[in-house]
Design a protein around this ligand. Sequence first.
Ligand code: ATP
Length: 292
Amino acid sequence: MKKIQLKSRAKINLSLDVLGKRPDGYHEVKMIMQEIDLYDNIILVEKRHEDSIKIISECPYIPKDRTNIAYRAAEVLKKNFDISWGVNIYIEKNIPVAAGMAGGSSNAAAVLKGLNTLWDLKLTQQQLMDIGITIGADVPFCIMGGAAIAEGMGEKLTPIEGLRNTWILVAKPSISVSTAEVYSRLDLEKINKKPDTEKLLEAMERGDLYALSHNMVNVLETVTLKQHPIIKELKRKMMEYQALGSMMSGSGPTVFGIYKDYKKAKSAKNNLAIINKQTFLIQSYSKGNKDE
Ligand code: ATP
């Protein structure tokens, strides 16, 4: 019985801009994505005598049926390549669910990569990414890992040099935010501050965390900060606890803070964890997923 274990890492957005709405209803975005070292553990165990796909997880917040995006990833490969074997997918969840950190997309990416090995499909990374986009807009980035500019629906990727030696404090408040609702409430006319991607990229290239932190913009905050004052409060707290900058990731509600100095970050984590249960201190992850 063959099995394979993979780390399924989360991402944060260092910027998020919405350029417009397409006729099909999707929004055209431009964002800087950064993989971080907060991960779910995924174990794939092949079943040669059964052909079913099974999701096994103790996490109560994710579906265990075919609506789980990791299930869909396995199903697509099984159908496309006519695989008659089954697989058990164990998901140990650490990434907060529905948080703006692409937890589900990352699980789907890990399943595609893992089954490529387990089923000996010999697909290239680009082929896996082409399959990934049929499952979800963030899946190709999660397959590629590292850091990238994402355009289109989020699937047009340009790899960039990511953050190194950077501490990221992540706080997920205990509220739920629907991505679809945030986008539907977004009024493009009312956005007066947009991210300057070039400026952010230059700051990243120079390793200038101060300039990066001061220029991060997520236009979706115009919706969520008004609706959920806790997001604004977490950002304020992070700045009070000496973050270089703080912003909401994706459509929220997760807030992150950037730190160069580990001691400051650790002290901020200890303080914030008192008022916000899901608080994590991790590092950025810029090597891509080449070790798996
Ligand atoms: P993104 O940043 O890509 O918008 P997210 O972090 O906001 O993603 P997810 O954690 O991926 O959101 O979860 C979104 C929804 O998908 C949840 O309602 C969850 O129940 C469902 N879901 C399905 N499969 C998974 C999975 N394997 N892990 C997490 N959520 C899943």
